[in-house]
Design a binder for this molecule. Structure first.
Ligand SMILES: *Cc1c(COP(=O)(O)O)cnc(C)c1O
Length: 353
């Protein structure tokens, strides 16, 4: 038997998600915060065109995509680093700071990838409990020690959908030492409508230790192609680029991401529809008597405690897949109107049973 790293014994084995289908054949996937829309024709065209060149390696420097992002966000190209999905960019970040004894702070519960990536990188996770389903930024600042290397702030938070606003974020950033990297994970930025939630790009501009993490997986609908990016000052972005696996972002993904930026107006119209559906779903749930934290993302959070798994099973009967976190709660993505209706019917049935 080969000797593996002991940490592997503590990591969960990969479980394949199983499709949920009702007795009458209905199936709605509201478990992964994906876009409910098919890719735009212009994006499919770019994908098809790129497919004709797959005998060639992709551009390892992702020049066209880097230029397009720099132009879109009016930042220098040296401020951009890419990865195969923002989870991979996060992994690259852990590679840049990870060494034995290093501590990484994040809220809990938050994005499931953080503890996994921390364990894989061999760094120590410092989890700071949510306060009213929201990042407790003053407790997070108080958790900083001389060993702290990086802090993740997931805004809006996955899975609760809650946000931290400008005043508390700036106060927090002012307390973080310059040699600690703060990563603002803005995977759901495009869904934010609360004007008091700052765009991370305005916070990073005059702070060399702040990085903004974004993805093409959610609002831009490219989850299956895996493209994420980081915007940070040159020393941070260049450190991250050093840890990137050569050719990590394939040529089809690069072409699709560039085409998506070109079609941004159309994609953001779809986001607007999801935002309207989000309001409808939350209102309906409140009307049914649920407590639902205000959400700025494309999902809602129900703190169900010990009834979480039972709730997910009830939704599955109606063909609705949700994301249960046993003994804590369920995260339910906003999908197409008929998927949302199916979910609302299941939620109402559960309350009445
Ligand atoms: C979905 C999500 C991501 C994006 O993951 P990709 O690897 O880009 O698909 C990143 N951060 C958070 C908090 C997410 O929920």
């Amino acid at each position: 038997m080969p000797r593996f790293r002991p940490i592997l014994d503590e990591l969960p084995a990969y479980r394949a998600g199983k499709a949920v289908v009702s007795a009458d054949g209905r199936s709605f996937k509201l478990s992964s915060n994906e876009s409910p829309y098919d890719p735009l024709p212009s994006v499919v065209e770019a994908i098809a065109a790129a497919a004709r060149d797959v005998n060639r390696y992709p551009d390892p420097a992702c020049v066209a995509l880097t230029e397009a992002l720099a132009e879109r966000f009016a930042v220098p190209q040296e401020h951009i680093a890419l990865g195969a999905g923002s989870v991979t960019v996060a992994q690259e970040l852990f590679e840049t700071v990870g060494e034995p004894g290093a501590e990484v702070i994040y809220a809990w519960r938050s994005f499931e990838a953080y503890p996994l990536l921390a364990d894989l990188a061999g760094v120590t996770s410092v989890r700071v409990p949510l306060e009213e389903e929201t990042h407790d930024l003053s407790a997070m600042a108080a958790a900083i020690t001389p060993s702290t290397r990086m802090i993740f702030v997931c805004n809006p938070n996955n899975p609760t959908g809650t946000v931290n606003r400008a005043a508390e974020l700036t106060a927090f950033l002012d307390r973080v030492p310059e040699d600690v990297l703060v990563v603002l994970d803005e995977a759901y930025r495009e869904y934010v409508r609360d004007a008091d939630v700052p765009d991370g790009l305005s916070l990073y501009a005059d702070r060399p230790n702040v990085a903004v993490l974004r993805t093409f997986s959610k609002a831009y609908g490219l989850a299956g192609l895996r493209v994420g990016y980081l915007i940070a000052h040159a020393p941070v972005a260049s450190a991250v680029r050093k840890t990137m696996m050569p050719f990590a972002i394939n040529s089809i993904a690069q072409a699709a991401a560039v085409a998506s930026l070109r079609a941004e107006d159309e994609l953001l119209e779809r986001v607007e529809t999801v935002v309207k559906e989000r309001a409808r779903v939350r209102e309906a749930l409140l009307g049914q008597g649920w407590e639902v934290p205000p959400t700025e993302a494309n999902f809602v959070w129900l703190r169900l405690g010990e009834r979480t798994v039972e709730f997910a099973e009830r939704c599955a009967v109606d063909g609705v897949a949700v994301r249960p976190f046993a003994a804590e709660g369920a995260r339910v993505s906003i999908g197409s109107p008929d998927a949302n209706d199916a979910f609302l019917a299941a939620a109402e049935a559960f309350r009445k049973e």
